[in-house]
Design a protein around this ligand. Structure first.
Ligand code: ADP
Length: 474
């Protein structure tokens, strides 16, 4: 019973753990996917931003070269306009490095022609992942690019100053052109590195995301499969349990039908004989005869009393819970003998006791039922034709079991009845008992996880042996 409870608790714990695993895995999966998508989206925004940066820088260079050769103020303005794009990104980078998320950084990104909906992702990725290798490497390339943009700005100022002072010569123009194209080449390398690094990071994240998704999905699928396997097993077990319970119920119902039928018959028969005896006593004048009738009435009532006691024992044995407690076998035997001395011939019987085991841990109600019935039968079925009638009681320990032995030299049991004596309402002499005694004994023995056996020879005597765990339930 106790072990079953522990097993049930363990099974419940298993299922609970599985559900917890599924729940945690799903939660982690959702979080990982959410953040990965956010990272990938921010990466895309940076790659997008880089293409605006690159286009701005290239257009600025183109307009500056045209300005260098035409001195057209429109080209100068266009140059300044386009240069603002990489400069805006540069401001965003610098202020974020210093102060984290700030208004200037966001404005810088907008000047860098980044979409306003991408601002949050751009800032979030920079703030939280600037130390992560792939982003740190990309930021470094960005920083190098910004330095070159500054150089381009300085060259622009120098060209503008020369144009305003009208100091430009073909050689100077050639020198500036060379510088601008050098910066442009270097920037192209920086911009490519920036994009490649982000691309590499994105691919790695994608791979990681795939792997984690597969792992978590496998965990979830395995847990759900295991959960269903346990549930199906439980269903099968409880179905079997219900089948067994149904079978038991059918048996109990059948037993109850028999019990009600026989009980009503056995309860009526002493009343009928009592009524008859009263009627003939009323007509009798002879005091000796009246005494005889009274004796017979007493026997009828005693029989009914015994039967009612048997029914009470039967009910207690069926309903009462098994309670483990220290029980003294010696006390139970003494009590039984004292209470059963009223049975005919009991005072002629010699009782011998050899109790090697006295106190045991068991259920006192069941032990009392067992001992009372065995002693009562040994007295009832004593052979009064024998000169010496004896009942020998023994208790001893054998292989961790306590054995109780009740032997007599009574009338013994015929071989043909031996297989039936433990059945309900089986009795060879309806005057001596209800036929319930040994049936109740067997059930009581089974309730305390014991065993009962009998060896008997007609006219020689019988020996009933009950073995029960010495400390059952402890
Ligand atoms: P009852 O109430 O009729 O005694 P039990 O179930 O106690 O019913 O016993 C069933 C039958 O087993 C008895 O009718 C009797 O024939 C036989 N029996 C039981 N104990 C003994 C015994 N110690 N000696 C001889 N026969 C016995």
């Amino acid at each position: 019973m106790f072990k079953l409870q522990i097993l049930n608790k363990l099974r419940f714990a298993n299922v609970f753990i599985l559900l917890l695993i599924v729940f945690v895995s799903c939660a982690l999966l959702i979080c990982i996917n959410f953040f990965t998508i956010k990272i990938l989206s921010a990466n895309r925004a940076y790659v997008n931003g880089e293409s605006h940066y690159s286009k701005g820088q290239k257009d600025a260079s183109r307009h500056l070269i045209t300005y260098l050769y035409t001195a057209d103020q429109k080209q100068w303005k266009l140059y300044l306009e386009e240069l603002k794009v990489p400069q805006g990104d540069g401001i965003a980078r610098k202020t974020m490095l210093k102060a984290g998320d700030n208004e200037d950084a966001r404005k810088g990104f907008l000047v860098g022609r980044n979409h306003k909906d991408d601002l949050d992702d751009l800032v979030w990725l920079f703030e939280n992942f600037k130390e992560v290798p792939f982003l740190a490497k990309a930021i470094h390339e960005w920083e190098q690019g910004d330095k070159l943009i500054f150089e381009l700005f300085v060259i622009g100022q120098q060209i503008n100053a020369k144009i305003e002072k009208n100091q430009l010569t073909p050689e100077i123009q050639q020198k500036f052109l060379q510088k601008i194209s050098d910066i442009s080449d270097k920037l192209t390398i920086n911009e490519r590195n920036f994009s490649n690094t982000l691309g590499e990071g994105t691919r790695k994240i994608k791979g990681l995301l795939m792997a984690t998704n597969i792992i978590f999905i496998l965990i979830i699928v395995c847990s759900v499969c295991l959960y269903y396997t346990i549930m199906v097993k439980r269903l099968i077990v409880s179905k079997k349990e219900i089948e067994v319970k149904n079978e038991n119920l059918t048996l109990v119902n059948h037993e109850l039908d028999r019990f009600v039928y026989s009980a009503s018959h056995d309860l009526r028969s002493p009343i009928t004989s009592l009524k008859g005896l009263i009627e003939i006593t009323q007509l009798e004048d002879d005091p000796n005869q009246i005494k005889k009738y009274l004796q017979l009435m007493h026997q009828s009532l005693a029989k009914q009393d015994q039967f009612i006691n048997d029914i009470i024992d039967y009910s207690k044995n069926k309903r009462a819970q098994v309670i483990m407690e220290p029980v003294s076998l010696q006390e139970l035997f003494d009590e039984a003998i004292a209470q059963l001395m009223h049975i005919e011939n009991a005072n002629r019987i010699i009782f011998t006791k050899q109790l090697l085991v006295d106190e045991i841990q068991s259920d006192s109600l069941r032990l009392k039922i067992i001992i009372f019935n065995l002693i009562s039968n040994a007295i009832k079925y004593a052979d009064s034709s024998k000169q010496e009638m004896f009942i020998s009681i023994k208790t001893y320990l054998i292989d961790g079991f306590s054995s109780i032995e009740v032997a007599d030299n009574g009338i013994g049991i015929n071989d043909e009845y031996k297989d039936n004596i433990f059945e309900m309402y089986f009795g060879t002499n309806k005057n001596k008992g209800s036929g319930l005694g040994l049936y109740i004994v067997k059930e009581a023995v089974e309730n305390i996880k014991g065993n009962i056996s009998v060896s008997s020879k007609s006219n020689i005597g019988s020996k009933f042996t009950v073995t029960i765990p010495h400390a059952y339930g402890i």
